[in-house]
Every structure is written in C-alpha cells, then in structure tokens.
Design a protein around this ligand. Sequence first.
Ligand SMILES: [Zn+2]
Length: 508
Amino acid sequence: MKKFYITTPIYYINAAPHIGHAYTTVAADVLARYHRHRGTPVYLLTGTDEHGLKIEQAAKEHGVSPKEYADEISEKFRHLWKHLDVHYDDFVRTTEPRHEKKVQEVFAKLQQSGDIYKGHYKGFYCLSDETFWTETEAPADEKNIRRCPNADCRRPLQLVEEESYFFRLSSFQKRLLDHYQANPAFLSPEHRGKEILAFVREGLKDISISRAKVKWGVPVPGDAEQTVYVWFDALLNYVSAAAASPHASFEELWPADVHIVGKEIYRFHAVIWPAMLMALGLPLPKTVFAHGWWTVEGQKMSKSKGNFLDPYDITREFGIDAFRFFLLREMPFGNDGDFSLDSLRRRYNADLANDLGNLLNRVVDMVDRYLGGVLPKRFNPEKDFLPAKVAQRTAAYDECMQRLDFSGALGLVWGVISELNQYVNAQAPWKAAKTDMEKVKIILFDLVSSLRIVAGWIDPFMPHTAARIQSQLGVRQFPEALTAEQVLAGAQTSSGRIQKGPALFPRK
Ligand SMILES: [Zn+2]
C-alpha cells in the first residue's frame, strides 16, 4: 500500500542545527503526525548532506577526516530531532553506500541516455555557498573583483575553468512548463511557484554536475578525475533512500507526496530535480513546498551576526511543545516571519497558559467539584449538542492541514478554544450548581467532549500536551489523541475519572 511520503531536505553539515532546520523538520513531523492520526500510513525521511569541498576543508580545520567530521555533525541533527519529538522513519546520509551506489547508477544511466555529457566549464565559484555563478550573475566591480551575488555572502568568487560533466537541463524546459500547468499543486505555495514559472520561461541552461579536484564526493563512474557535484548528489537522496529503505519498498514510497524545502533551495527542487526525474523516467513528486525564512529579533540569521538561536536554549525555557507550537503558529507556512523571545513569551502566556491551560483547568476543576470527577451520560444530545458543532470544524481544519496551512489550522483551533471560554462564562455552571444540577451535568459533559476534540486537533503540533489533556479528561486511549469522530461516537458512554493535573503551561 502506498505510503504518504514526506521529506525534509537533507541538511548540509557545515554547521550545527539551528531554528531554521528545526522549523522545516518540525513542520514535516506535524504533517506526518496529522496523516498518521487519520489512519494514513506515513513515511517521513530526513537526513544529512555530507559531501563537498566545504566539508573537506572544515574537517581539515578541525584536524579530523571528513568522515569523522560528518559523523559528529550528523549525530547532532539526529539528537535534536529526538529532543524535539520528531518521529522520522528513515535518516539518510549521502556518505552511506546505499546512497553513493544509487548516485553512480543514475549518473551512468543518464550518460547512456545522453542527458549527461562531458564538456568544458568556466564559471565563478563561491566556496562558502558551494555555488557557481555566471559572468552576468556576478559582474566584476571597478577593481575587477567578482563577488558572490548572495546578499549575505558577498565573498570574492574564484574563477574555475575545468573539464566537467553537464546535465542537459535545457532540453526539459517545455516538459517542465507543461507539468507545472497540468499539476497546479506541484509548485506550492502559489506565490513562490510564480517565481519558478518566470525563471523557467526565460530558458534553461545545461548545468555542470561534476567537479575535478574535489575529492570528498561520489566518484564519477569511469572517470577518476571527477566527483559528482554536491547538489546533484544530494537531490538523489529522496530516491536512493526510498530504493533502499529498511521499512518499505520503493513502490510503497515513490513518488514522494511532499518535499518540504526552504525557499533558498526551491529552484533546485522545483526545476533541476523534476528534470532529473524526467530524465530517469520516474514519476514526479506531487508537491514541492517552499517555506519562508525566519529573521531573529528583526535581523537576518547569519554566521557573521552570530545570531543563530539554539533550539535547546529555547526548549529549556519554554518546553518542547510550546516551541513547536510557536514555530507553526507565528508565521504562515510559506511566508517569512520574525522569531523573538518576546513574541514567544507573549504567545506562551496568552494562547497556551491563558486560553488553553485555564480552560482545561476550569472545566476539570468543576467536574471534580460538582460531579465528583465522574462524567455523566449526556441526555438529549440531539438538541444544541455543542460537541457536534465543534466537530463540524474538522472539515476546515483538515483543509488547512492538507495544504500545509499550519498557522491557519491553529488559528481555527484557537477560535474554538476562545468560543469554549466564552461558553463557560455565559453558562456560568457555578451559578447553575445552586439550583439546577441537571444543567450543570449537560454543560460539563459538552465542555469535556469539546475539549477532547480540541486535544485531537493539537496532537500533531503538541503531542505531549494533547496526551496530558486527554489524561486529565479521563481518556484512556494512548499515545494518540481521539479524532472528532471517535469523540462523537463514544460521547454517550462513560469514561475514566476526570482529575486535575499540574498546569499545562505555568505562566512565564
Ligand atoms: Zn557566497
């Protein structure tokens, strides 16, 4: 059976992971948990990109071999994903034999088909970005120096002239444009897709896909002088990992359902990668989604500014669930946004401690006080049945989640939480408790059931919080939260004892 196959980019190991990496990977995990929760078999792939000149040099600076260096940094990524509750199904490293073998196989196959040919390369190279630029992209300044066009880099470029293998990207222009048109979901979100369309319409040039003199890479089959260029190598991870997965067959995985990438690598994924797949005769992924960038306290994250936030520091202060929540609530997935500790604290106190935490607290407290912690059976549930009205929002929630609008989904959930808070105030069960206990039972039954539905919605984002809510609400199903349908189906039956636990989010 086909699995819903989600990928993150494989992360380049020139630095330890920061919130940018955490953002992409947590988003992929949230999407994976959402689909799993609905009963879809899911497969989440992540990994590390470990070849290239920059790694070779970084290893030398640290006095270790490139492989030792790669082992150390790659482990830091796995450690962080574990810490952030990311459940991936496979972790691919480009230095693994299963991957290197696939790269060589693909290279040889495309050479045979004529999609790869040997030529002469002249270009300007940025070592820091491992990117080649053309004369027009990087014009010489008055001192005849060419600088990297990347605004954060601006380092002087090196002229590189050497023999190289090329991928015949130019011949895929029409097929790519046809594919974009026939498959509107392929380029997402729409505004980033438009940039790709404009780029491809201008015409595509063949690209150099090998390097002479770089030793730390996959050797070009049959040519001892050359290694495969790090980008061509890295993109193939989505296929190499699926073809040699420890848990699934290639047919169960390919094509990928969603590649989640940052906007800075969108062209590679939306233009070069589908062209490579076309050349290989493989079906294309359904969606390539490019998310935006975080600035930190109003400034762009960069090595030179030294403003990389350490995810461990943030989670130590606010907890893992609050960090996951903030990343996906604060800015719409696909746009750019700003990460600041002030806004994190604000959302923590307002959305989590106040709106959600207090609501749960009040409801559980009243069930305990008025009903001895035992949820009664609901009477006459057809009339004004609050949980049924809440459950109806699942359709809109699903719609958001399916187009990776995480912030929209959470906005909708918090809209419901706010309505439930208003409902408590309007119904004032503490007043009714003096005169009409039947009414109190109905109100509390409805609130508990509605909160169980809310727990199911927030489960992909904050799995621990959802479990703690469920446990306080007497739900005995673990580890995953109930779906809205399950809550409604079981709404007439009794549950475990409802009892107050420690505050979900103590105020900061
Ligand atoms: Zn650069």
